[in-house]
Write a protein that binds this ligand. Sequence first.
Ligand code: GDP
Ligand code: MN
Length: 391
Amino acid sequence: MKIHEYQAKELLKRYGIPIQDGVTIVDPAQADAAVDQVNKELGAGQYVIKAQVHAGGRGKGGGVKFSTDRASALENIRNILGMTLVTHQTGAEGRLVKKVMVAQALDIKQEFYAAITLDRTKGMDVFMVSSEGGVEIEEVARTSPEKIVKEAVLPGFGLRSFQARNLVLALGLEGEAARQAVGMFQKLYTLYRELDCSIVEINPLVVTEQGDLIALDAKINFDDNALYLHPDVAEMRDLDEEDPAEVEAGKYNLNYIKLDGTVGCMVNGAGLAMSTMDIIKQRGGSPANFLDVGGGANVETVKNGFRIILSDENVKAVLINIFGGIVRCDRIANGIIEAVKELDLNVPVVVRLAGTNADIAKELLANSGVSIISADSFEDAANKVVEAAGS
Ligand code: GDP
Ligand code: MN
């Protein structure tokens, strides 16, 4: 799960990490009060107006604007709230800005990058810093990887102080700022662990002209499987920022991820779902989605899965690829028959069922009168669905 910058900053604050603070609003009518509050409570005479969307690169896209006075702040709030913000992470269609943060402007002396995520190859969390902050870190990683310094964190030990010091030295920090940074990095790692984050990223982490170390931006993603442990974090979810089909699928415990191809896939088991996507690609097609209907698939799951797949206008054909292990193929077949009868299907459906009761399932489908294309093997199914999607 992703959250907004203003929410991530609330969490940083909770862990005692200094942030560029502000007030977040959803309505232009709140603009005056927000500017007043930032001025009064944070003593700011200058402001940064920041679009709140679940995508990075807002600055470059025109979603972060500096205002040297109140009038300009109000104008920038009006312009940003309701704009369609296009960044390298939103795709060409952009993202409608529904929330805006009115933040205190800071005088920046230096910009750094700091992030924590899981290094799957090492099997350890990795804490990364770079003196090249404020810019796209992907670019730094590509052109000058030596400018990203990493410390792998031993599970159970946390970020040790010598590691925090190594990172701080790598940034060239000295004196008071260095002392603040060591403490901040350890708190950041504690937050990452305690809240079951998958990413914590501060870009930029700044040293102000006054010598203070402050998180100017914050991005935090969470491990969805651990969200039930953190109801307060789960509450931060903003459905406006998520794909509606994915949200709908979540309600039925379907693992659905929308992609941009034309072959809809309904599969049970994540491994089979991934190999299904692979084979579709290999045969020259492209998957419209990843969908794992899970081990306990039944008539309802199949129907809901169908509805969600077909809500995507790009879908030109559907492949149902089910291995009956725990789930029985005849139950799936009944689900398919009901779904096809109930929903107005206007694309070809290829079905491959294998495993428990596959023979009964085939008979059910053959006698049902519904129009589906039956496949004998995985390869056969892939060939047929790619052909159906192409024609
Ligand atoms: P992003 O573009 O989505 O990563 O949004 P950021 O919150 O990182 O803001 C983009 C850039 O705006 C930062 O890298 C800073 O250079 C600049 N910026 C944001 N807040 C301030 C501020 O208070 N003072 C100054 N001088 N620049 C700021
Ligand atoms: Mn940033």
